[in-house]
Design a protein. Structure first.
Length: 547
């Protein structure tokens, strides 16, 4: 078991308006970092890298949800396994929980841990916390280990943990913390008091709304501080709003600790749609909704022929196989998107259609920027591969209590003085039409036999060849790659031929394993750690397969 250190949360950093007369605000002796580019590439750098300037419809997520409660109180807000809440009912239940939180000393700027499972009370707890001007910290009990939950409670300084009655005994409680069962408070009229949306508690755009912790699979989990301004910038503008609105049903299928779950949940509620929380079957939920947000791995596991009522789909979180994108975009609007948690869910998006020559991750979303830079943070000529850095209103407040990591990953934006940009550690390049091609993580650029290999390039060559619909390629050691593909009946000879035709000989995997389905993590991404363990069981150190 890991021993997680405790951190003291830093004071929130002031935010600077992201857009404005940037060119006019430069210092008198400003040294333009674009001087190393040709005149044409300088124009393209700004044209491609800057998203449109669009004011979000609301300044805070709380304002947006309160607007929906006031204007359509009888509309259905959320459903789960036969239970439901109207927008008015959601507001009443949230106020009861907020009054209980206030009685326990929760105030604006505090954090409240939500340790629970998908449920109606989950949504109530989120809104109750936000109405107090506090931030919620979501974790899925039964998936996150108790040590991680204990660490998160300490790191956030949360005095209250909201949970479900059936899970209360499974929640680790630290000194000075109180556990509240949401159902008990929701059903208690003793907590009916005047509406809480007073100016004293109403959050401001720069207040933290969510603290999202990384999974901790590669070290200590870090909490990313996401503000109302960050959220409204993606959820209250297109394309991030995904066409959500009154009368639309939005699926809630992802892990509540995953940043994309906030896209589903807060996106639906802030735009007046109905949130449909799944039970055990993702497929059944996907067949009921108009809007679906997923990882490519989850989408690849669904029977698309039974989901033709879906109108809009977005994927993010990992590279999307071209066959998956082509299939779903043949009958609905399909957005391939990208963006780490630190840039608020996604910071690029673009509709895809089967006739497009490239499956891109799109263009910068509104009020955001994307730069393709070299190792010295200098802009690369258009069309050259480099690391993507993200700027604009998407950039979050940094890591809770980890100033060193924050200063490493969040840097001053040299192209827009006074602002910050974030190192995504994703590789990309601009197409001539201003879209971004994604080439995986920097960590996925490996050396095999002394040659540089892009793991995603090998997987891309496999996908679509010999009936393969999804592939993942991993570095086994300094000499060998291993690949896993679906479905189980894929033609491996055709897959190997596809690699040989497109890539150098050293890109050929030592083994290609077919599977009915690729394993996923609790957050819906490919479980590469498990796949590598499977590979170690099949390949011996001498380089021969154990068959």
């Amino acid at each position: 078991m890991k021993d997680f250190p405790q951190f003291d949360a830093p004071a929130p950093r002031a935010l600077v308006p992201v857009f404005g007369a940037d060119l006019d605000d430069r210092p008198e002796h400003y040294d333009d970092p674009l001087n190393g580019l040709s005149a044409l590439d300088q124009l393209k750098f700004r044209k491609f890298g800057w998203g449109p300037q669009i004011a979000p419809r609301f300044a805070t997520i709380t304002d947006a949800i309160n607007h929906q409660i006031a204007t359509q109180p009888d509309a259905m807000a959320v459903t789960h396994l036969g239970q439901s809440l109207t927008y008015e009912g959601l507001g009443v239940a949230a106020d009861r929980v907020a009054n209980r939180l206030r009685a326990l000393g929760v105030k604006r700027g505090d954090s409240v841990c939500l340790y629970l499972r998908r449920s109606l009370p989950m949504v109530v707890g989120i809104l109750a916390t936000l109405r107090l001007g506090a931030s919620y910290v979501p974790q899925h009990v039964g998936i996150a280990p108790p040590e991680m939950l204990r660490h998160i409670g300490q790191a956030t300084g949360a005095r209250v943990i909201l949970t479900l009655a059936e899970l209360a005994d499974d929640v680790p409680v630290g000194e000075g913390q109180t556990v509240v069962s949401l159902e008990d408070v929701m059903a208690d009229p003793a907590y009916d008091m005047p509406h809480l949306s007073t100016s004293a508690r109403r959050p401001s755009p720069q207040d933290v709304a969510i603290v999202l912790f990384t999974s901790g699979t590669t070290g200590v989990p870090n909490g990313v501080q996401v503000t109302h301004r960050n959220l409204c910038n993606i959820l209250q503008t297109a394309p991030g709003d995904m066409g959500m609105g009154p009368g639309k049903k939005v699926g809630q299928i992802l892990s509540i600790a995953f940043d994309m779950a906030a896209w589903e949940t807060l996106g639906a509620l802030s735009n007046g749609a109905t949130l449909v929380i799944r039970g055990k079957s993702i497929q059944e939920t996907a067949e009921q909704v108009d809007v679906l947000i997923a990882t490519p791995s989850i989408l690849a596991s669904l029977d698309a022929s039974r989901c033709t009522q879906v109108q809009i789909v977005a994927v993010a979180g990992e590279p999307c196989p071209r066959p998956v994108a082509d299939l779903w975009s043949s009958f609905c609007t399909f957005h391939n998107s990208c963006g780490p948690t630190e840039t608020t869910i996604i910071n690029t998006a673009e509709p895809h259609h089967p006739q497009k020559p490239v499956l891109s991750i799109g263009r910068p979303t509104p009020n955001n920027t994307v730069y393709v830079l070299d190792d010295d943070l200098r802009p690369l000529p258009i069309g050259e591969k480099g690391e993507m850095w993200a700027g604009g209103d998407c950039v979050t407040l940094g890591y809770l209590g980890n100033a060193e990591l924050t200063s490493e990953r969040y840097r001053p934006d040299p192209f827009r003085p006074g602002h910050l940009m974030f190192r995504t550690r994703d590789l990309g390049r601009w197409t001539e039409t201003g879209e971004l091609e994604h080439f995986g993580r920097v960590d996925d650029l490996v050396k095999i036999r002394g040659f540089r290999v892009e793991l995603d390039a090998v997987s891309g060559a496999l996908e679509g060849a010999g009936g393969c619909t999804q592939a993942v390629t991993l570095k086994y050691d300094n000499r060998r790659l291993v690949s896993f593909v679906t479905p189980a009946h894929a033609d491996l000879d055709a897959a190997r031929a596809a690699i040989a035709a497109k890539l150098p000989y050293y890109c050929m995997p030592a083994r290609i394993q077919t599977m009915d389905a690729l394993p996923r993590t609790p957050r819906g991404k490919l479980d590469k750690r498990l796949l590598l363990e499977m590979a170690r069981a099949d390949l011996d150190p001498a380089g021969e397969e154990s068959l």
